[in-house]
Design a protein around this ligand. Structure first.
Ligand code: FAD
Length: 279
């Protein structure tokens, strides 16, 4: 375990990026601290506290909404836009994270970067076609489907700081559904499902289905999406889509859930979420 000797609390983004770059991998960003309190990255001797950079709340970016990285999950759950956009799926997912004390501490940026199999926000942001904004030695915007193609640590270098996640504004009528399946309300997820349907009349123009907690990283399930997109989905279409989702994934196995149990959960909950999002 690393031994922290220095604590920096920069006042500007430039200062934060400069400290991270100068420390060449010996400094790491401190956001909500819920993960860093348990485990510090090896070789790190400095925390760079990013809580004073003004990275809190939501902002309009024209064709997208930016959720700033230091917004806590509790703040995300209470922002009016979280209820208004995409049928309130952001608020539903935020309220599903851990417990009230933890939601007051965990940040959106920390939840997206320190992705654990059970993390609740990555799957939702992936289903909403989110993009992550990174400031550092090179500033860039990375679609979450690329960010989660491998572990995010492969996309971030030593001087990089995630400043916000951008969610495209919904075009036309959009309906959604989110579920977190666990043994209790505070439990880590056994499965999360997000389903989003972009509608023209009764027809689903576009559909996204994202799963969390069944693999180390969140994933989209194009096999299920293509059963629904371009149709006025019937009950049989939804059942077929859910079966294809369950067949397409090789779920992780751990001491709590077998592969077969998780696969059955996918079949049941993708069906229910698609039904809610499409009707
Ligand atoms: C008991 C417990 C239960 C939990 N249950 C759940 C749950 O049910 N669902 C869920 O989704 N989460 C849950 N979590 C939270 C999750 O596991 C992580 O601890 C949390 O998401 C980390 O966020 P943070 O803001 O506290 O990040 P920190 O602990 O501050 O940082 C985590 C890592 O991400 C990096 N990082 C953070 N922010 C940025 C940034 N803006 N740019 C670049 N790098 C950054 C840090 O350098 C560090 O390496 C739980 C945590 C605990 C302790």
């Amino acid at each position: 375990m690393g031994r922290i000797q220095f604590y920096e609390r920069p006042r500007t983004l430039d200062e934060a990026v400069r400290i991270l770059a100068e420390k060449k991998g010996k400094a790491c960003v401190l956001a909500g601290g819920t993960s860093l309190a348990l485990r510090q990255p090896p070789g790190v001797d400095t925390f760079v506290d990013i809580s004073r950079l003004g990275l809190v709340g939501m902002e309009d970016r024209g064709d997208s909404i930016a959720i700033k990285a230091c917004t806590t999950v509790a703040e995300l759950a209470s922002l009016p836009q979280s209820y208004q956009l995409y049928g309130g799926v952001l608020a539903r997912a935020a309220m599903a994270v851990a417990s009230t004390p933890l939601r007051n501490q965990i940040t959106v940026g920390g939840n997206l970067v320190q992705v654990m199999p059970w993390s609740d926000l990555p799957g939702v942001m992936l289903a909403l076609n989110g993009q992550i904004v990174i400031q550092g030695t090179t500033s860039r915007i990375v679609p979450l489907k690329d960010f989660y193609a491998t572990h995010p640590r492969n996309s971030l270098s030593a001087g990089d700081l995630v400043t916000e996640v951008r969610i495209p504004k919904p075009i036309g009528r959009v309906q959604s559904s989110f579920v977190k399946v666990g043994k209790t309300v505070f439990d880590y997820a056994a499965l999360t499902v997000t389903a989003v349907a972009w509608l023209s009349g009764n027809q689903v123009r576009e559909c996204s289905v994202a799963l969390g907690a069944v693999r180390p990283l969140p994933m989209r399930v194009p096999q299920a999406e293509e059963e629904i997109a371009g149709r006025i989905p019937t009950r049989d279409d939804v059942i077929r889509a859910a079966a294809r989702a369950a067949g397409a994934v090789e779920p992780s196995q751990d001491y709590r859930y077998s592969k077969d149990y998780r696969r059955q959960l996918i079949k049941v909950w993708v069906k229910r979420c698609l039904h809610e999002a499409c009707s």
